[in-house]
Every structure is written in C-alpha cells, then in structure tokens.
Design a protein around this ligand. Structure first.
Ligand code: SAH
Ligand code: SF4
Ligand code: F3S
Length: 434
C-alpha cells in the first residue's frame, strides 16, 4: 500500500507532513507514490492567506474523479484550514468524498482515524480545540536530507492582528530542552548536516528550569559533530543581545537571521500589534551587525494592511533600503475571518495593493541582485542539498542562505563544498568547485 501527502504552507507544515508519512508507514503504507497510484492521499493544508486556501480547495476538488475510479482510496484532509472555524463543515459539504478530516491537534491520532475509516463507511472527523502535550512520539519520514527540521515550540500567543496562526495552532508550548537536545544529537549521529529549529516565535521558547532560546541554542551548538544550525522564526519584539552573543560564539550557527518586520510605518506596526517600532527594529539590526558584521538578514513584508496610506507604504520601501535585507518574502494583506484586522475599516483596493506589491518586489529584487553581484570572484562554502535536473547542476546554500550551483561528476549531496563564484543571478550564485 502506498501513500501521497500534499503540503501547503510553512516549514512547520512541511515537517508535519514528514510526521504524517511516519504515521502512514506504521499503518502499512510503506511507500510514497505519485497521487494517481496512492492508496491514501493526505492534504496538509494552510490558511495563512486566502490563496493558500484556494489552492487546496482546487486540488481537493480535482480528486473527485480519482475517488470515483479507485475503490478503497482514502482521502484525508488535515492541517490549519481544517482547524479554522467553520472550514471543516464547508469542506465536508463541498467535497462529500473526503474520508477523514483532522485538526492540527489531532495528528497523533491519525493512525486510529485511518483504522476507524477502514471499519466504517461514514467519514471520520476529529478536531479538538487544544492539546497540551508537546511530545507526540511520532518518528518522521525525513525527506530533506541533509537538512532536518526539529520543532522547539508549537502554537503562538502573539496575536498579530492580521494573523490566523494563534487561532488554528493554539497556545504556545515549548518542548523540553532535554528532548530537543536528544533529537538533534541523534540526527547528527545519523549524518544530518543542517538542523533547523522550528517555532512560530522561537525567541519565546521556555524550557524546563526556565531555559530560554539563547541558552537552548547555546546548548545545541555545543554538541559534537559536523553540522550547522538554523532557526526560524524570530520575532523582533524579543530580539536580545544574549541571542546575538550566542550566534557570535558558535561557528555552527549560520550567520543568518530571518526577522520579519512586516511594515515600515509605526502606526501600521501598532495596528498590526507587532509591539516594536521601526526605530527599535533598525537599532537592533545595528547591534547585530556591530557584533556580527557579515550576518545576513531576511524578512517578511505585508502591503495594503487596512488604512495603509501611500506615504505609510513608502516607509516600508525606505525601511527595505535602510535595513539592507538580503531577500524578503512579500505579501498582499489577506483578511482572515476571526482576526482583529479583518474587522477593521479601510480596506485597500486590489488595484492599489497590486501596485504596491509590484513596487516593493522590484525594490527587493534590485537589492538582492546588488548583494549577490558582490559575491562574484569570492569563495563561498555551501552545503550541497540537491541536484537540479534542468540545470544539470548540484545546488546548496551557504550559511547566509544564498543558493549556490555547481557542476560535479559525482553525487555531492550532504557534503560541504567550497565554490569560486563566477556568476550571480538574482539570489542564486554559480561557481566552480575549489
Ligand atoms: N510566525 C512567523 C510566521 C508567520 S506566517 C512570524 O511571525 O513571522 C509568515 C508570514 O506570512 C508572516 O510573517 C506575514 O508576513 C505573512 N502573513 C501572515 N498573515 C497574513 C495575512 N493575513 N495576510 C498577508 N500576509 C500574512
Ligand atoms: Fe502570526 Fe504574529 Fe504569531 Fe507570527 S508571531 S504566527 S505573524 S501571530
Ligand atoms: Fe503554517 Fe499556514 Fe498553518 S503558514 S502554521 S501552515 S496557517
């Protein structure tokens, strides 16, 4: 029996899909297969923006035919969208052929749900409100060698006014430092070369005995072995010099900070409930760069938040200039039912939103190209993580998060490779092995 998992959304969800695969394996679905050949198909959904939901809706709808043709095919839908108020009901109405619906807190039960479905004709639906435990006892089927994702926190308590995550992922819970350390140690021993610590807001990590994030990072980076360490996401309101000191202390920690700023204007930041100002954000970056001059910073930006004026949007542009980001994810504000911002007046028209995002993207891209160009003629060390069939080249990222491509006769995945950069294109670098 074979399985297929379709994933939408963030790294957290990608990792959760690895856990879903782990559960399916235990239940006898031993092999991954293309959608058409699978005996069970699981959709792991996201609801962060409307288009993430539309994608999932479209692709689930497209399964109707397959479901009719293939007797015994099980279709399960889980993740953030299912946890959203009223969405499970809507999914069931629109797609009566769905066999299993499970919420974000119901993952550990998935095996039982599948067994239950096999025993009954009726659909199985399981969505609970909250779960306190952080250990799920699931062994993930990791698909991202040489990288491995490791959760340190679940959920979020920040309630940024635009964001649905606190509603669908529940209150913040931290894993025990001891458990995290044990997992990382085992992964390093298995040969993983890059560990990415995951949490909606890693800085608010609180382990047993009050261990904070900087301390956890310090402990993990002190483990023996040849690996590098990343983490995401950090929240500017929790930026600390203690964290910077730990990043500076350990070679293993990548000199890259993903620090979503969202907007450049203080009134908008306040409406977003982000709890920092533009000035504070820039001061923190200055501290970071004073201590670690070559540290690269990436960010997330939202345009057209309710009531955002042209002048206020221009402050996002000027912040991009001032902050010297190496790249950024850019989004048009998408109202999410149930959040504070969704009830605000002053929606920005689609035309204005599109104009703003186009201008923002072109600025971000120009900055990225400018930065990449400086790498030509220099050496970078990448961790080779994949092979690009189309380009006929191996690729990997340097510690700053830049993608480097190179040609090689033999398989290099999982090796650290030093490249002489000969060409830059957007965020990608091309080079020859030294
Ligand atoms: N916890 C992380 C990631 C949250 S989701 C953090 O705080 O940064 C990733 C990004 O999606 C956010 O940083 C934000 O830029 C964007 N985002 C979240 N909700 C959104 C919405 N309703 N509309 C548009 N973009 C949104
Ligand atoms: Fe959403 Fe804010 Fe929490 Fe990030 S910190 S998940 S943007 S509420
Ligand atoms: Fe991630 Fe989307 Fe959920 S961004 S936490 S999968 S809403």
């Amino acid at each position: 029996m074979k399985y297929h998992v379709v994933t939408y959304g963030c790294q957290m969800n990608l990792h959760e899909s690895e856990k879903i695969a782990g559960i399916l394996k235990e239940e006898g679905y031993l092999e991954e297969a293309p959608l058409e050949d699978a005996d069970i198909i699981v959709f792991n959904t996201c609801c962060i923006r409307e288009n993430a939901e539309n994608h999932a809706f479209g692709n689930i709808g497209a399964l109707k035919q397959l479901k009719r043709q293939k007797k015994g095919l099980i279709i399960a839908v889980g993740g953030c969208m299912v946890q959203e108020e009223g969405k499970a009901k809507l999914l069931k109405e629109k797609f009566p052929f769905i066999d299993i619906l499970f919420g974000t807190h119901n993952l550990p039960e998935l095996k039982t749900l599948v067994q239950k479905k096999k025993a009954q004709k009726k659909a199985v639906i399981s969505i609970i409100e909250e779960r306190k435990e952080t250990e799920d006892g699931i062994t993930p089927v990791r698909t991202s060698y040489p990288n491995a994702w490791v959760n340190i926190t679940y959920g979020c308590n920040n309630f940024c006014s635009y964001c649905i995550v606190p509603y669908v992922r529940g209150r913040e819970r931290s894993r025990r430092a001891e458990d995290v350390l044990r997992e990382v140690q085992a992964l390093v021993e298995e040969g993983y070369k890059e560990i990415t610590l995951l949490g909606q807001n890693v800085d608010s990590y609180r382990g047993e005995n009050g261990t904070n994030f900087a301390q956890l990072l310090d402990m993990i980076a002190s483990l023996e072995g040849n690996f590098r360490l990343r983490f995401m996401t950090s929240h500017p309101k929790d930026f600390s010099e203690e964290l910077v000191a730990v990043m500076k202390k350990h070679k293993k920690i990548c000199k890259h900070l993903h620090l979503p700023v969202q907007a450049g204007n203080n009134r908008i930041l306040k409406l977003m409930n982000r709890r920092y100002t533009r000035e504070k954000y820039l001061e923190d970056l200055a501290i970071l760069r004073r201590e670690i001059p070559d540290c690269e910073v990436t960010t997330d930006l939202i345009v057209a938040f309710p009531t955002e004026t042209e002048e206020e949007f221009q402050e996002t542009l000027s912040l991009v200039e001032a902050a010297d980001f190496s790249s950024a994810f850019t989004f048009i504000y998408s109202p999410r039912t149930g959040t504070k911002a969704a009830a605000m007046e002053g929606r920005i028209s689609e035309a204005v939103a599109k104009d703003r995002i186009t201008r923002l993207i072109s600025l971000v891209n120009a900055k990225t190209r400018e930065k990449s160009a400086k790498y030509v003629g220099k050496r970078v060390e990448i961790l080779c993580e994949d092979y690009d069939e189309k380009k006929g080249m191996y690729l990997g990222r340097d510690e700053y998060g830049r993608m480097g491509y190179f040609k090689s006769e033999k398989d290099r995945i999982g090796e650290f490779v030093t490249l002489n950069i000969t060409q830059a294109n957007g965020i990608s670098l091309y080079g020859e092995e030294v």
